[in-house]
Design a protein around this ligand. Sequence first.
Ligand SMILES: Nc1ncnc2c1ncn2[C@@H]1O[C@H](COP(=O)(O)OP(=O)(O)OP(=O)(O)O)[C@@H](O)[C@H]1O
Ligand SMILES: [Mg+2]
Length: 359
Amino acid sequence: MTPARRATAPDAAAGARLDDVLAAVPFACAAYARDDGRLLAANTAFRTEFGRLDGHDRRDGLLAALHGSGVDIDPGSEVRAPHNDRWYALYWREAATQPPALLLTAVDISERIEILDSHKSRQDKLLFTSRLMSVGEMAATLAHELNQPLAAIVNYLNGSLRLVGQAGGPVQVERALLAARTQAEHASAVIARVREFVRAREPRRDAQDVAVIVQTVVELLRLEAERQQLRIDIALDPGMPAAYADRVMVEQVLLNLVKNAIEAMREVPAARRALRVEGRVDLDGAVELRVLDRGKGLSAAESEQLFSPFFTTKSDGLGIGLAICRSIIEYHEGRLFFEPRQDGGSVFGFTLPPAEGRP
Ligand SMILES: Nc1ncnc2c1ncn2[C@@H]1O[C@H](COP(=O)(O)OP(=O)(O)OP(=O)(O)O)[C@@H](O)[C@H]1O
Ligand SMILES: [Mg+2]
């Protein structure tokens, strides 16, 4: 950069002066010739951050690499650079240098974008939770509104059945009334379950010992299990971490899964009935509970519909057990899953985030 060199090569001299100016800019900065778009000068930050980007030594090459086209773009724009996967805000300004140049300043805004993204996913989550809540509220209102008329329908049907009974027929009418009553009772039962689920209570999550949850649920179902000559084994890995969960909600999930497992073994010979509740930490560090049965398992078609509301293969089923489980586990940022059990039967399980590091 001697004065002599500047005198002999005007472009190089201009480049050298631009170099001095650009060196003072605290961001990646480069100057491109306005006429043919060649790179005139660049500071160290630009060379470090964009030196590996193909085509960076020509303005159209740079535009093509960053915007996917060589066309001119806004004087200010935000792009993700393909070579280092970082976000930049680009500012183009004309400079009355010799030769005339277009100055580019590229400010790394990756951190800001990351914060925006995580804010957005938090917002999405909030939205999901509030949607879950408003569905709950709606269900509560519906359940409330439908409960009275349904109770009245059942009463009228009972009255009519009595009258038909006293009059001694006709038998077809009696049968139709009985069928209507069964349907009305079924509807009432759906509503009772929904009300149980949405019983106006805000979920409250804190550190929960899953061993206690498992004990509570198994205790609740002990009688039902004994009636079916069925033992429930519990096998939790030692040192299971606490889960970040609403205790009542998770108990409800586990209760539904164990009930399903018991029901799945109704037709299985007593000697083969075996129900196990296992607990472990999964590969991602989440707390995982699994319920294993020796029922007949599920066909591929069945397992596809499994979690849809009102899907049931039981004559006395409502088909909302697993749908409720799923919304509870999604609310907990966990995963509800099904897989066939080796040597027959099913495995239903779910994950919960560990409590560690949560407020
Ligand atoms: N452990 C299991 N083994 C085999 N099939 C199962 C098992 N758990 C669930 N299923 C199947 O999934 C269906 C839906 O289960 P879900 O718990 O949602 O409803 P349900 O048990 O039929 O009725 P309810 O609303 O009373 O729980 C069941 O009807 C059954 O076909
Ligand atoms: Mg069920």
